[in-house]
Design a protein around this ligand. Structure first.
Ligand code: ATP
Ligand code: MG
Length: 258
């Protein structure tokens, strides 16, 4: 490479040759995927394809059997999850995990204390940060309620709020629109767009194709633990391989998208 060549910009987050085995089951079978800084990547695929497992590997809650994960240029494959959070990677959980007996505000304040700026924050500052996030996600009116009292849409929103409170640079979203009404889906898409406009790189795992098509700059398709296609949303929905493996029943034939 020429000494004058511009330095390549490292991806915001990347997986390289990631394999995850659960006993005899191969959940991820050599996944290589890069997400550029500021990008919104949609990640789709059938049930059991390995989407949640990939988010778990990228956030450090699941160690890969082999392969590596990078945040920027840093190899985080063996970095503990709490440190990865401090490096600016947050994820939501498909099965939401609020502290049920804490208030909505307290749940989000915990995120603020354990996140990228958590070490520098007093409890008072964490609550102030939580209030900002609750305002952004539209949960401010519910701040004092117990997390266990929220509706499904509210719980999904709280999951996003907890992740945002860690001040992520990369946010991994696992089916945060599942079970929402079309109006709630629109609201969540608006929220994710505004989070992205503020500079956060997003990976959006979702079965709601209308949302994937509306929000993603690029879409990757997992099938049986392998990336079988990636490209623009338009190219992906027209790809015969993707239609055969996943979209056939739910999209190409005009089935309801939600
Ligand atoms: N902790 C685990 N132990 C054993 N098997 C697991 C574990 N986690 C996931 N699996 C298996 O790994 C495969 C991939 O699961 P994963 O949850 O990543 O799929 P997914 O694409 O997120 O599916 P869905 O769309 O249903 O959420 C599945 O066969 C699943 O049963
Ligand atoms: Mg999943």
């Amino acid at each position: 490479m020429s000494a004058l060549a511009a330095p390549a910009v490292a991806p915001a987050i990347a997986a390289r040759d990631v394999v995850v085995r659960f006993g005899g089951l191969v959940a991820l079978d050599g996944v290589t995927l890069s997400v550029a800084l500021g990008e919104i990547l949609g990640l789709i695929g059938p049930n059991g394809a390995g989407k949640t497992t990939l988010l778990s590997v990228m956030s450090g809650t699941q160690r890969p059997t082999s392969g590596a994960v990078f945040v920027g240029e840093r190899d985080i494959t063996r970095v503990p999850a709490y440190r990865i959070t401090r490096l600016g990677v947050a994820r939501t959980f498909q099965v939401v995990k609020p502290f049920a007996n804490l208030s909505v505000r307290e749940n989000v304040a915990v995120g603020a204390l354990y996140g990228r700026h958590g070490m520098d924050r007093s409890a008072r500052a964490a609550f102030a940060a939580a209030d900002d996030v609750l305002e952004r996600v539209g949960l401010a009116p519910e701040a004092k309620r117990l997390a266990s009292e929220l509706t499904l849409a509210g719980r999904n929103r709280l999951e996003i709020a907890k992740a945002l409170a860690t001040d992520p640079q990369v946010l991994l979203l696992d089916e945060v629109m599942a079970g929402l009404t079309p109006h709630e889906i629109d609201q969540t898409m608006g929220l994710l767009r505004s989070v992205n406009r503020a500079g956060v790189t997003l990976i959006v795992v979702e079965h709601v194709m209308r949302a994937i098509m509306g929000i993603s700059q690029r879409v990757a398709v997992l099938h049986q633990g392998r990336i079988i296609a990636q490209g623009s949303p338009q190219a992906i929905v027209a790809d015969p391989l993707v239609i055969g493996a996943y979209l056939g029943a739910r999209y190409a034939k005009g089935a309801p998208h939600a």
